[in-house]
Design a protein around this ligand. Structure first.
Ligand SMILES: [Zn+2]
Length: 272
């Protein structure tokens, strides 16, 4: 029997992991979140019709990750992004100075460093919810059957309104990090035959930075698996070209490609 899932897939490496080819063949947590936000934008990214601009926040995030991967990786990253990190008159841009203070905060906390211990940036794939998923784990510790992911945030205790959870949530739920941990946990189960415990090591952009090691009540994962199950059927159909992608008419891609087709009443401006 041949199905799309059984055809030979592109072998993933750290250099092609984020490529368009890899994204076409594999589902990832960020791609899933992209489809939930706007199907049209996500499809345009896959065809290459739309390229999302890299934000400075993303670059700062990569800088932080590189610092905990290895000294070599960090040095190479600094060299490759020299112009974004260093001012022409010397010294680092404030975002990167803040990142240095975040790195220092974690490095001087033994508990945080314990949670970050393990093999870095490991790639795994597995067939789940009708697609082949790819994950890259920040840090995995086979001895302790645990893995961890490094996250930056404004404030550990800030509350966000969530339509998904229909309530006020922390940054962890607001950015779908519970879903991410749930997917990683399942992909690791498929690959390693054991249940690994996820942790998020969070550090804030405050001065001085705050930090926490976050664990998850097991009961949270079932909700995410049901949510994935519910959403993936349509996403698979859209990605395979069976269903037309829906435009959200709110994102950067939709703004750049929309035409006015009718007038809008004042009240609809804040309810659309
Ligand atoms: Zn959109």
């Amino acid at each position: 029997m041949t199905s799309q899932l059984q055809t030979k897939k592109l072998a993933l490496t750290s250099s092609n992991y984020h490529s368009k080819e890899a994204n076409k063949e594999y589902m990832s947590v960020s791609q899933f979140k992209g489809f939930i936000e706007c199907e049209a934008k996500e499809m345009a990214k896959l065809t290459g019709a739309y390229i999302e601009p890299q934000s400075n926040a993303m670059l700062v995030g990569s800088y932080l990750h590189a610092a905990f991967e290895s000294d070599d990786v960090f040095r190479t990253f600094e060299e490759e992004n020299n112009k974004a990190i260093y001012k022409s008159r010397g010294g680092k841009y404030s975002d990167f100075e803040m990142a240095d203070s975040m790195i220092e905060t974690l490095k001087s906390d033994p508990f945080a460093m314990f949670a970050i211990e393990g093999e870095k940036e490991q790639i795994y794939t597995a067939d789940l919810f009708g697609a082949t998923w790819k994950i890259k784990v920040d840090s995995i510790h086979h001895g302790r059957l645990s893995f961890s992911d490094l996250k930056t945030t404004q404030d550990l205790h800030k509350r966000y309104w969530s339509d998904k959870y229909i309530g006020w949530v922390s940054f962890i739920e607001a950015w779908d990090y519970v879903l991410q941990m749930a997917v990683y946990r399942r992909v690791l189960q498929e690959n390693l035959g054991q249940t690994y415990t996820p942790y998020i090591v969070a550090v804030t952009k405050e001065n001085p930075p705050n930090k926490a090691v976050v664990h998850f009540d097991e009961s949270r994962f079932e909700f995410e698996y049901e949510y994935l199950d519910m959403k993936m059927e349509r996403i698979n159909e859209v990605k395979q070209g069976i269903k037309e992608p829906i435009r959200c008419e709110k994102c950067r891609y939709c703004r750049g490609s929309r035409k006015i087709i009718d007038t809008i009443e004042v009240g609809a401006l804040i309810h659309e």
